[in-house]
Design a protein around this ligand. Structure first.
Ligand SMILES: C[S@@+](CC[C@H](N)C(=O)[O-])C[C@H]1O[C@@H](n2cnc3c(N)ncnc32)[C@H](O)[C@@H]1O
Length: 254
């Protein structure tokens, strides 16, 4: 496929991820995915590693792990690929085109996180669980299933709420409380994420993103409030955070 043809196919799809497909073609995603890639601290070298990308959507992170040498990459999703909820009007066409244009061998599996099991999928050296935890009504149950397919390293990115509170706690979002999105359920704080990850079997959990100071959070909250993006108190309490959790810290991945 030449670049004009690829560009035309890209233009016909509503993208979530921003993916550089080569040949001068970059998908016009609503998400600044390259910026988020820098935040998750994905190991540079994944040679020989197996990777599971849960909630893969258009496949940016599946493609990136394959480009970093992973031997087996499985992209898993369901809701976005069926155009349900937040993914309405998008679907799987982006994933299919990005995978074929990047010419990489990436498997895909249509599965809800709650149906993941080592019996059906095996286990993976590295598991990505990015931007999904707050979309599940039962986060501890979901993390149990995620842990069951994780061989060593889990990279988890999520909304966090009630930050600054040291006791493990989580905010519940009835209806459309968070970002006007009814598929958002829980915003745990850092201590709750760490506690849940240890409960489901990870022996070491590192918080990768620094917790912003109250002064920074205050200034950012005023900015978000003035832009109409959030309430003042919500914006002050909330953030996004990245965690690396290890089953076996001695055998660190990457
Ligand atoms: C905010 S998007 C994040 C996409 C991608 N992981 C990223 O970080 O860019 C949320 C994704 O989670 C998926 N998702 C939501 N609930 C899920 C569930 N119960 N099981 C599997 N995937 C789910 C959605 O389909 C969607 O692809």
């Amino acid at each position: 496929m030449d670049s004009d043809e690829l560009q035309a196919q890209v233009a016909a799809i509503r993208w979530y991820h921003t993916i550089d497909l080569g040949r001068g073609v970059v998908t016009p995603g609503i998400d600044n995915t390259p910026e988020r890639l820098a935040r998750i601290h994905l190991p540079q070298d994944l040679s020989g590693k197996s990777v599971l990308d849960i909630g893969a959507w258009d496949g940016f992170f599946s493609i990136e792990t394959k480009r970093r040498g992973a031997s087996r990459v499985v992209a898993a999703d369901h809701y976005a690929w069926h155009g349900v909820g937040w993914g309405t009007g998008r679907g799987k066409a982006g994933f299919e085109l990005a995978r074929s244009a990047s010419n990489l061998e990436i498997e895909d599996v249509d599965v809800d996180v709650l149906d993941l099991s080592p019996e059906s999928l095996g286990t993976f050296d590295v598991v990505l669980f990015l931007g999904v935890l707050y979309h599940v009504p039962n986060p501890l149950l979901a993390l149990e299933r995620v842990a069951s397919v994780t061989g060593n390293l889990l990279i988890l990115e999520t909304v966090v709420d009630m930050i600054g509170i040291t006791r493990p706690a989580a905010a519940f979002y009835p209806g459309r409380e968070l970002s006007d999105d009814p598929t958002n359920w829980w915003g745990p704080n850092h201590a709750a994420v760490i506690g849940m990850l240890k409960t489901v079997g990870f022996s070491r959990v590192d918080v990768i993103t620094p917790t912003p100071s109250p002064i920074f959070r205050g200034a950012r909250a005023v900015y978000h409030w003035m832009k109409g993006k959030n309430t003042l108190s919500g914006a002050f309490r909330q953030d996004r955070a990245v965690f690396h959790a290890y089953k076996n810290p001695g055998g660190r991945t990457g």
